[in-house]
Design a protein around this ligand. Structure first.
Ligand SMILES: [Zn+2]
Length: 364
């Protein structure tokens, strides 16, 4: 008899709304779920949230960390307010906290993301930390967000590095899903892949390669172009759906491995994932397009070598630690290739060498 994990499983947010000024629809969207909206906003979005809601419901400030204490604090406030729906406005941490609050209270959740660097808005899982920011666990919700509101004007006003980092995370999506498919590995919703998930992951890659360079330039100039809109969709919707229903592989394993080196800590998630994608393509490159991916990374300003990762003088001993840690993460076993710690180490060194050569050739 089959088990649930032998089935093809796919998760989606119920409704996705993207556009210039999308956040202005928050009160209208929340009113559909009842008369007592409860809005959690980061410090920088607090006054905007208050004026938007104009006295309807409750608006509170996010405490700063997606920890059990903060989740319980928000749950207490939401309960006292008689909340009929929860909204989270901000980056990955407030979004994740609100997903857990709503899930545990059995309420709808509306997500308004303000940066395009994370897969958090569309997914049905949340990363929990201690109050001091140390990773604790991933919590899985019963369903994905009810509404995801992506205001492209707000996102454009965030530093362009977020958009580029989001492209780094999105870049891994197709390669990891394709590897998982080939090796019959489980996705992040603990099932096999639908054709839909694979196809949307491929669309994510196609949009990046087609619009990524223009989007990076336009966003740096504050222009909300079609390219920027397309990349926001790829980074948020397609990458979010793609990783969850497609699965993870070597790119995120190398990312996790890199976190053992303190010097890489100030880099964003997607920046490390981008380098992990390059190293991963040295291990397995089914489409034979790795050269194209190196060029893309150099052009948009994603890390392609150790110097870009702030570890220009990294030693073999340190790289061995990274490779061992990367290898220990079970996503590495999702690659359909015979791998070892040595191979992962060599792949990182090859990526670094090729990245440096390409940058030199492009005069960067
Ligand atoms: Zn990621």
């Amino acid at each position: 008899m089959s088990e649930l994990k032998d089935m093809k499983i796919m998760l989606f947010p119920s409704r996705y709304i993207q556009g210039d000024g999308a956040i202005s629809f928050l009160p209208e969207v929340m009113a559909r779920y009842g008369g007592k909206p409860f809005v959690v906003a980061t410090k920088s979005m607090l006054s905007r949230a208050e004026s938007l809601m104009s006295g309807k419901g409750t608006v509170v400030r996010f405490g700063g960390e997606c920890s059990r204490n903060e989740i319980d604090r928000l749950k207490g406030l939401a309960k006292n307010a008689g909340a009929t729906a929860i909204a989270g406005i901000g980056g990955g941490k407030p979004i994740d906290a609100c997903k857990v609050v709503a899930d545990e209270m059995g309420l709808p959740v509306i997500i308004a993301a303000t940066i395009p660097a994370t897969d958090a808005p569309c997914s049905g899982c949340a990363v929990i930390y201690t109050d001091d920011g140390v990773y604790v666990e991933v919590l899985y919700q019963k369903k994905n967000p009810d509404v995801v509101l992506i205001d492209t004007d707000i996102i454009l006003k965030a530093p362009v590095r977020f958009l580029i980092s989001g492209m780094g995370d999105a870049l891994a999506t197709y390669f990891e899903a394709a590897s998982c498919e080939k090796s019959h590995s489980l996705s992040e919703c603990f099932g096999l892949r639908t054709k839909t998930a694979l196809s949307l992951s491929k669309l994510c890659l196609d949009i990046l390669l087609q619009h990524g360079r223009d989007a990076a330039k336009d966003a740096a100039n504050g222009v909300l172009s079609e390219a920027v809109e397309a990349i926001i969709e790829a980074n948020t919707l397609l990458s979010g759906i793609g990783f969850e229903s497609g699965g993870l592989g070597s790119a995120h394993s190398v990312h996790n491995g890199l976190t053992v080196l303190e010097a890489t800590h100030h880099l964003y998630h997607g920046e490390k994932v981008a380098f992990g994608t390059l190293a991963g393509l040295e291990l397995y490159d089914e489409l034979g397009i790795k050269d194209k991916i190196y060029k893309f990374c150099v052009d948009v300003g994603l890390p392609v070598c150790f110097a870009d990762l702030n570890i220009p003088n990294v030693t073999d001993a340190e790289l061995k630690q990274v490779a061992e840690s990367a290898y220990k993460h079970n996503f590495m076993s999702h690659e359909p290739a015979e791998l070892s710690t040595e191979k992962v180490l060599e792949a990182m060194k090859t990526a670094d060498r090729k990245g440096r050569e390409l940058k030199a050739a492009k005069g960067k």
